[in-house]
Design a protein around this ligand. Structure first.
Ligand SMILES: Nc1ncnc2c1ncn2[C@@H]1O[C@H](COP(=O)(O)OP(=O)(O)OP(=O)(O)O)[C@@H](O)[C@H]1O
Ligand SMILES: [Mg+2]
Length: 222
């Protein structure tokens, strides 16, 4: 389970104060939660706090009941590598590597032996429906296929938490819905917590939980 307790991260710029303020929420295991809200409402700021890429001014992030936001950098790095997966708007696949090699990367960073990494990466690609595209490089895949490869890469290390920032933003409407269906299925099937930032109605429609932000504050939870 992921929990935010009274999180505040303020940015002061030119006399203006922006960021996120006093946000508390809980996302259970196996749940696909969406952070919704207009541009500038604080979605990416919250994802960065959840992903331990940034530290709050006040409050804390808890993962499975353990406060993790103030751990030393080395421990945070280790948690990111072993317990978290990231899916970005622009996929961030390595262009010179095949889909299979891309999915193997985080496993190899963790020190998983080559044969096991290959097996697990093949299983992950199979699960997202890309088994027959495993030797293609990102440039040889469609946008939807690249995004599924990115999801396989995030899931291959068996994370507790997957964070996705606008994962459907570079896909057309026909691909956004099925991609979210896949994420919702994976959340339930693997018991992984998904936290997705998006203002795409197709994404919000498939969420198990929706948190709406306005001006950095939690305006509504449903
Ligand atoms: N590094 C920074 N320095 C100063 N202000 C920042 C910084 N990062 C974000 N902000 C401000 O914090 C607020 C929240 O930004 P954030 O990126 O979290 O919004 P968002 O909801 O992800 O928006 P979008 O939908 O456009 O991606 C904005 O007003 C933004 O200008
Ligand atoms: Mg954003």
């Amino acid at each position: 389970m992921l929990e935010f307790r009274n999180l505040t991260r303020a940015y002061e710029l030119g006399g203006e104060r922006a960021g996120v303020f006093d946000v508390s929420l809980q996302v259970p295991k196996g749940c696909l939660a969406v952070l919704a809200g207009p541009s500038g409402s604080g979605k990416t700021t919250l994802l960065q706090l959840a992903g331990l890429l940034d530290t709050p001014d006040e409050g804390e992030v808890l993962l499975d009941g353990e406060s993790v936001s103030t751990l030393p950098e080395r421990a945070r790095c280790d948690l990111r590598l072993r317990r978290m997966g990231f899916v970005f708007q622009a996929f961030n696949l390595v262009p010179v590597l095949s889909a299979l090699e891309n999915v193997m990367l985080p496993l190899q960073f963790q020190g998983t032996p080559e044969t096991e990494a290959r097996q697990r990466a093949e299983m992950a690609l199979d699960r997202v429906g890309l088994a027959d595209r495993r030797h293609h490089r990102p440039g040889q895949l469609s946008g939807g296929q690249q995004q599924r490869a990115a999801i396989a890469r995030a899931l291959a290390p068996d994370p507790l938490l997957v964070l996705a920032d606008e994962p459907t933003a570079s896909l057309d409407h026909a691909h956004g819905g099925p991609l979210m269906d896949l994420m919702a299925e994976l959340a339930t099937e693997r018991g992984v917590t998904f936290l997705v930032a998006s203002h795409d109605p197709a994404v919000i429609a498939r969420a198990h939980q929706v948190f709406r932000l306005r001006d950095g504050r939690l305006a509504e939870a449903s």
